[in-house]
Ligand binder design. Structure first.
Ligand code: HAM
Length: 434
């Protein structure tokens, strides 16, 4: 019988993860840090659907790319239309902007961030999932190199705010519709003169279908063979060169000094001019934590007005691998109340405490006083509220500091305000039991 048989519990689909704490908390931390920083640059949130018509991705990402050829979750809906779970966010954001009239040149620049799951049927490994999460930013409606530089500076500030160190920013320019065809001809000419048998199977195919990708092949043999390949920057037209130099200059003013990487071509077809990646040597084979670039012409390619744009996406699973660990915050209280009457009083006390902004739990079960106190200690709470049989009968509660062991007994009605004052007066300690 299959995995879904009656007697077997269900399991996750390969490449899809459940995110428990602390990973889920690391994800929330990245999201709120992103919201804070991106809003300072004028970015607002856009949530687009996870499912789009397949043609959108074929037309934007490119029919010859690995993503479209091998990695999309594509299926027919109930009316037989081909739909795809989004493998990235840019295409959907462009579709949404075109559909709502924001890609019109007269409407100025629009800045959106998108956070959420993406789907690519890749071979899962450390830092590579089939459902993964991106934090994605797009600035649409301007071809100014200031937008490229500002976006990269924003990404850099975001990564620094997360406390992620030892990252390298790689930069290149893919040229534009005016200068890229001559470059492509020179590259193809160079590649076809190479000993084809010395190239890997993928690259042999790419020489014709997608020659740029031969440059970023990771196989040592292919890399050695393409060492002398023509370089994009040497073929940039004066406008592209000026654009690139301005981006570099603006970044240098902010002490951001990228490595120029002549092999950086990106795996999606919509890029032109500025392309960049942020890589880390600390997360295994999948080194890219963020990637992006300019995509002038994409909206026109999707049937909308011609609106230039630039953007990036970070991979949250990969950022999570690099995020400095943070001890969970200790709960303020833990309430023990061994018998039923006391527990109803404890329930009311817990609600009153939460109403004052404190956080903690109430133990529902009974047991010996000793075992309940062990649970209180295990919870890592800063204060334990004890409603034993005597306290319960007298309408009182004992509040014990778990750090100093000091204890006060007082009427239950006075406890919320007193505990709030105690919490405010005592320094917060990380929860080492978490
Ligand atoms: P991308 O380079 O395909 O670009 O993906 C961006 C980031 O998503 C990667 O650097 C990586 O951190 C993460 N990522 C990609 N695939 C996986 C995976 N299977 N598992 C875990 N993480 C992954 C884009 O998606 C473009 N849409 C970026 C962009 C936005 N360009 C302009 N605007």
């Amino acid at each position: 019988m299959s995995q879904q048989g009656a007697s077997r519990a269900f399991s996750r689909i390969k490449g899809f993860a459940d995110l428990f704490p602390p990973e889920s908390e690391a994800f929330s931390r990245m999201e709120s840090c992103g919201r804070d920083i991106f809003s300072r640059y004028g970015f607002a949130e856009l949530r687009t659907p996870l499912l789009e018509f397949t043609g959108l991705f074929q037309r934007s990402i490119g029919a010859e790319t690995d993503v479209v050829q091998k990695e999309m979750y594509t299926f027919a809906d109930r009316k037989g239309r081909s739909v795809t779970l989004r493998p990235e966010a840019t295409a959907g954001v462009m579709r949404a902007c075109i559909e709502s009239g924001l890609a019109d040149a007269r409407s100025g620049a629009h800045r959106f961030f998108t956070m959420g799951p993406m789907f690519r049927y890749e071979r899962p490994q450390k830092g590579r999932m089939r459902q993964f999460h991106q934090i994605n930013c797009e600035c649409l409606g301007t071809e100014s190199p200031f937008a490229d530089a500002e976006l990269i500076a924003m990404l850099w500030r975001f990564l620094q705010a997360l406390g992620i160190a030892d990252l390298t920013l790689k930069l290149n320019s893919l040229g534009c519709a005016a200068c890229r065809p001559a470059y492509m001809a020179a590259l193809r000419d160079y590649l076809t003169r190479l000993d084809a048998d010395a190239l890997c199977e993928d690259c042999r195919r790419r020489v014709q279908s997608n020659p740029l990708r031969v440059l970023d092949c990771k196989q040592p043999g292919c890399r050695a063979l393409t060492e002398g390949a023509p370089r994009l920057l040497d073929h940039n037209c004066p406008d592209c060169r000026r654009h690139f130099d301005t981006v570099l200059e603006l970044l240098a003013r902010e002490n951001i000094t990228p490595d120029i990487d002549h092999r950086l071509v990106r795996g999606l077809d919509y890029y032109c001019r500025t392309t960049f990646e942020v890589v880390s040597g600390r997360i295994g084979a999948q080194t890219a934590v963020a990637g992006g670039g300019r995509y002038d012409g994409l909206t026109a390619q999707l049937g909308g007005p011609d609106a230039p744009g630039v953007g990036f996406a970070c991979g949250m699973e990969r950022l999570a691998l690099l995020l400095p660990a943070r001890a969970p915050v200790a709960p303020d209280f833990f309430i023990v109340a061994p018998d039923e009457t006391a527990r109803a009083q404890a329930f009311a006390l817990a609600e009153a405490l939460r109403g004052l902004g404190l956080g903690g739990e109430l133990e529902y079960g009974g047991g010996s006083f000793k075992s309940l106190m062990r649970k209180a200690a295990k919870s890592g709470a800063r204060f334990c509220c004890i409603i034993g049989p005597d306290e319960s009968a007298a309408g009182r509660v004992s509040i014990r500091s778990m750090q100093s062991g000091e204890q006060v007994t007082l009427p239950q009605a006075d406890a919320p305000a007193r505990l709030a004052a105690l919490v405010a007066a005592s320094p917060t300690t990380p929860n080492h039991n978490g």
